[in-house]
Every structure is written in structure tokens, then in C-alpha cells.
Write a new protein. Structure first.
Length: 130
């Protein structure tokens, strides 16, 4: 069913805007940002657990963690934790993301935001990912 107002490219454009916005703000990169936010908010015991939470493949998790280790953002041992530098990075990610969302949702009413959130939740549910 073709629908002129529904186009996956519009969703992908939002992802591109997010990645661009993160990279324009210093050392932030969208892959690191997602991992850092999850590590800041969760106790992670394994790469497998992190892979599941991020929703990517094992190879991507392994590569990203290695790059983050080389930048001094994470420690991998009994679990995966952010270093002090990583915690500061994650806080900067949150601030940058909040600024982006504020900009994107400028002029959008709370009712429209609630509808949008419900539609996104339904799309995710329909995908079978959660």
C-alpha cells in the first residue's frame, strides 16, 4: 500500500539529522552517543547485553567499544562501565540531544507530541523488535 505522506526516507532523514547534529558538537558521534547513554543509565555485564539494548549486531558493539576504550571513554572488565571521561561525555550527549529535540519540536504542541510518541511506539511494536 503506497501512501504519499508516509515515506521511510523521512524517518531516515531524522536519523541523519541526529548523526549530523552530534558530529557538529565536538567529539560526539552518534554510535558513541547511543552506547554512552545506555552505559550511563544501566549496569551492563556483557557485550551481549549491550548489543541487545542498543539493537545492533555483535560486531558493531565490539568495534564501537574498542574505539571508545581507545578514547578513554569505557572500561571493559567484569562489566562495561564508563570512565570519568565517559561520564562527562554521556552528560554532554544528553545535553546535546536535549537541545536537538527542543529545536526539532519547536512549535509542536504537547498533544501532537503525545500522538507522535504513540505512533512511534506502534511502529516499533509492529516491527517485532520489542
Amino acid at each position: 500500500m503506497q501512501n504519499e505522506f508516509l515515506d521511510i526516507n523521512r524517518i531516515l532523514l531524522i536519523k541523519k539529522i541526529y548523526a549530523k547534529h552530534m558530529s557538529e558538537n565536538g567529539e560526539l558521534c552518534s554510535s558513541f552517543a547511543v552506547f554512552a547513554e545506555i552505559l550511563l543509565k544501566n549496569e551492563i555485564n556483557s557485550q551481549q547485553e549491550l548489543t541487545k539494548l542498543v539493537g545492533c549486531n555483535k560486531a558493531h558493539t565490539s568495534r564501537t567499544l574498542l574505539k571508545m576504550q581507545l578514547k578513554g571513554l569505557v572500561k571493559v572488565g567484569k562489566g562495561i562501565t564508563l570512565t570519568e571521561k565517559g561520564i562527562e561525555y554521556a552528560k554532554q550527549v544528553e545535553k546535546t540531544k536535549e537541545n536537538l529535540l527542543e529545536s526539532l519540536f519547536s512549535g509542536v504542541t504537547n498533544e501532537e507530541k503525545e500522538i507522535f510518541a504513540k505512533v512511534l511506539d506502534k511502529l516499533i511494536q509492529n516491527s517485532g523488535e520489542l
